[in-house]
Every structure is written in structure tokens, then in C-alpha cells.
Design a protein around this ligand. Structure first.
Ligand code: MN
Length: 208
């Protein structure tokens, strides 16, 4: 695995492909309060690009934004709802053509309640990954090697997981359901953006 770090945008000339795995790190779970600090991307599951946004960043990242808005590229996330919200909010992009390994896992792996990235990597790939740096300070002026490795580890397995999940969803004839959920993702993100994150508009009543 090779990790390349850049400030505020990707270089213009990186080699791309039709499948990219993406993750983000933020200061926390509230998109208004907690700024976007890092975007991790890999096209080939070997070279990982880390794009770091500093506290004074204006989030003008034309190369990264062009890639995110390229509908011909499939973007693989684990829990896309969170990452797509952060990317939409800070970079003002619309991210289409998404594959979410968490949604796929919910639909494929109904025999378990464990759908964390760590659980999927363990079950499908037999690899133990550490989630220890998850809650570290991603806003720090320079990231430690440990943080960079952790951040890169979060994207490096997503291509392989997608392939395994597609296989399992196909076997159970549920791939179409996953795809329809992915198509709904931006609507779900827009609701989150409005502050309606806790509301399920399909439920019978909203309680008191
Ligand atoms: Mn992550």
C-alpha cells in the first residue's frame, strides 16, 4: 500500500478508473459543527490518496469535485450516508453512482447484526483491522503515520468487499434492492441536511 498526501485538493493528473473507494474523516458526527478534515480515495486498492483540509480551507477542490461528480465512476463507501453528506455539504457536489457496503451488508447478511467495516473485512477477507484511531484528532495540522495508515485502511478493502457483496446479493436475488437503496441515497442525505436525520418517513407514526 502506497499513501500519498495532498493539501486541499487532488492533483489534476492522477490515474483514474471506473471504480473508486472513498472514505472521509471529520471532527465529529454533526456536519454543521464538525468540519471535513480528510478524504481518502483509492482506485486500485494499492495507492491511497489522502486529501487533507486545513482549518482555513475554503473547500475549493476542483479536481476532487470533478471526480466526485463524474457519474461514470462508481464510488464505493462504507456507510455512504455519512460521507456523501459531508462531501455534499463542504464541497457542494452531488455524488451519484454510489455503492454502499453497509447497505449491501444489511440486505445480504441478514444472519448477523454486525455490519461494521471491521466485521465485513473479517468475514469476507479473513483480515483483522484495528479501528483504534477512529476517534483521533483528524483536524491536527499534520497527521501521524498511524492516522494515515488507519485512514488508508478504511478504503483499501472496499473494492474486494463490493465484489463479495454483489456475489452474495445476486445469489439471494437482492442486488436490485441494494441498487434501489443506493439510488435513494441522495434523498436520504437531503433529509439529513434539513435536520430530519432521525425521521423515517415510511414509518407509521412519529411518536410524540
Ligand atoms: Mn474512516
Amino acid at each position: 500500500m502506497q499513501i500519498l498526501t495532498f493539501d486541499n485538493d487532488l492533483p489534476a493528473d492522477i490515474p483514474t478508473s471506473s471504480l473508486v473507494a472513498i472514505d472521509t474523516e471529520t471532527m465529529g458526527l454533526n456536519h454543521v459543527r464538525d468540519r471535513l478534515c480528510l478524504v481518502q480515495l483509492t482506485f486500485d486498492a494499492k495507492t491511497v490518496y489522502l486529501v487533507k483540509f486545513n482549518p482555513d480551507a475554503d473547500y475549493h477542490a476542483p479536481n476532487l469535485s470533478r471526480l466526485l461528480e463524474d457519474d461514470s465512476i462508481t464510488k464505493i463507501f462504507h456507510y455512504a450516508r455519512f460521507d456523501v453528506l459531508a462531501l455534499s455539504y463542504y464541497l457542494e457536489v452531488t455524488v451519484n453512482n454510489v455503492f454502499c457496503t453497509k447497505i449491501a451488508s444489511y440486505l445480504a447478511r441478514t444472519y448477523t447484526s454486525r455490519h461494521g467495516l471491521k466485521d465485513l473485512v473479517k468475514e469476507y477477507l479473513g483480515v483483522e483491522i484495528s479501528k483504534q484511531s477512529q476517534t483521533s484528532d483528524w483536524g491536527a495540522p499534520s497527521l501521524t503515520d498511524e492516522q494515515k495508515t488507519y485512514a488508508a485502511t478504511d478504503v483499501i478493502y472496499l473494492h474486494a468487499l463490493r465484489a463479495k457483496l454483489i456475489e452474495q446479493l445476486n445469489r439471494e436475488d437482492r442486488l436490485y434492492l441494494a441498487e434501489e437503496c443506493f439510488d435513494f441515497l441522495n434523498t436520504r442525505v437531503d433529509l439529513d441536511m434539513l435536520g430530519m436525520g432521525d425521521i423515517d418517513v415510511f414509518q407509521h407514526s412519529l411518536g410524540k
